[in-house]
Design a protein around this ligand. Structure first.
Ligand code: DGL
Length: 297
């Protein structure tokens, strides 16, 4: 459905009336990432649950988040959640490991109570970790992620809670997100950095038989990553697991599910220019999309 100014105006009026009378408002499911990476999650969620409305927010003007401090990632992510709440989302998925690692817990525990305790914010790390129990035979797994996610130790901590027998080795891949954001996924430069980080990871632990791609941008480099990873090693991308986990969450939380609009629409907002976002996102999504530019503050 085209995203016109009048439909936006009507939904804003609706939000104001509903909040005045304290009626829980309905809206799209919000999906947030620092840039294009969250599209790999959105794609799988839409595939599994095409009936819902979605609103994707990419903070493309300030990407990458992976090398930024805890305070900065937390501040940016909180602004994004506020924006998606303001635009009516009853539920926001942080389709970004860096934001999930550095901001999710604080937002859930500290900010939601005063922002709006009837809405929810979920991340992508827990659903990914839940799936690995049966996948590794050697019980040695590798995590490839941004420097921020690796430094936060979120993956080893979550894995330890569920599978204390699994040994986890992380490797930061700081060049991969800029390669994706700048459409350089198929270049010689990408080959060099993909080979390098995978080599570094396997040098640290040669018994690894399963690698989690712990950054939502990395599936956009999957062909290169597969090429430089020994065949016996399984590569885990997060989209399907996050989608399954969201479906399950909505089933268990009818009070949230009832507030998610089901008209099958999907709209996009970006902190960058509309043209830039459209060009790059359409290549990946292979469809024409409606985009608006927003400011986060
Ligand atoms: N795609 C995000 C993640 O999963 C963030 C990448 C970045 O902005 O550095 O970590």
């Amino acid at each position: 459905m085209p995203w016109t100014d009048s439909s936006l105006f009507l939904s804003t009026i609706q939000i104001i009336i509903m909040s005045y009378f304290k009626i829980p408002s309905k809206g799209p499911i919000g999906v947030f990432d620092s840039g294009y990476g969250g599209l790999t999650i959105l794609k799988e969620i839409k595939k599994l649950m095409p009936e819902y409305d979605y609103l994707y927010l990419g903070d493309n003007a300030r990407t990458p988040y992976g090398t930024r401090s805890f305070e900065v990632v937390y501040g940016f992510t909180l602004q994004a959640v506020r924006k998606l709440f303001d635009m009516g989302c009853p539920l926001v998925i942080l389709a970004c490991n860096t934001a999930s690692a550095k901001a999710l817990r604080s937002i859930q525990q500290k900010d939601l109570p005063y922002l709006d305790n009837t809405r929810r914010v979920l991340g992508v790390i827990r659903p990914t970790v839940e799936c690995i129990g049966n996948m590794t035979k050697t019980r040695h797994i590798g995590i490839l992620a941004t420097s921020g996610t690796i430094k936060s130790e979120s993956y080893p901590m979550e894995i330890k809670k569920l599978y204390p027998d699994i040994s986890v080795t992380g490797m930061a891949c700081p060049m991969w997100v800029p390669l994706v954001e700048n459409n350089e996924s198929d270049s010689e430069g990408a080959d060099y950095f993909v080979k390098k980080y995978i080599g570094n990871l396997l040098d640290k632990d040669s018994e690894i038989d399963t690698i989690i791609l712990g950054c939502t941008h990395y599936p956009l480099l999957i062909n290169n990553i597969r090429r430089f990873t020994p065949n016996h090693i399984k590569l885990i991308t997060q989209g399907e697991y996050v989608a399954e986990s969201l479906k399950n969450y909505l089933y268990r939380h009818p009070e949230i599910e009832e507030r998610c609009i089901k008209k099958g629409s999907c709209n996009f907002i970006t902190t960058e220019s509309v043209e830039k976002f459209k060009e790059s996102a359409s290549i990946f999504l292979q469809e024409d999309i409606e985009v608006r530019s927003v400011t986060l503050e």
